[in-house]
Design a protein around this ligand. Structure first.
Ligand SMILES: [Zn+2]
Length: 63
């Protein structure tokens, strides 16, 4: 992984020492018929992802 990935939401560098739940998002079309092939990877701060995902959805680092 890039040592300083850029958050796809706020476009700030992610400090992996500070954000232990920084996340790699693997994007791919659900219906591509190719087994969920990853087409693109982006990165996000745990806080940025939490702000944008509905509160009813559990995120893995909170379980
Ligand atoms: Zn961010």
């Amino acid at each position: 992984m890039n040592p300083n990935p850029i958050c796809c939401f706020c476009y700030q560098a992610i400090d992996l020492d500070q954000d232990g739940a920084a996340t790699e998002l693997r994007l791919g079309a659900v219906d591509s018929g190719r087994g969920g092939e990853v087409r693109q990877k982006v990165y996000t701060h745990s806080t940025c992802l939490r702000e944008r995902v509905h509160p009813s959805i559990d995120l893995w680092w909170e379980l």
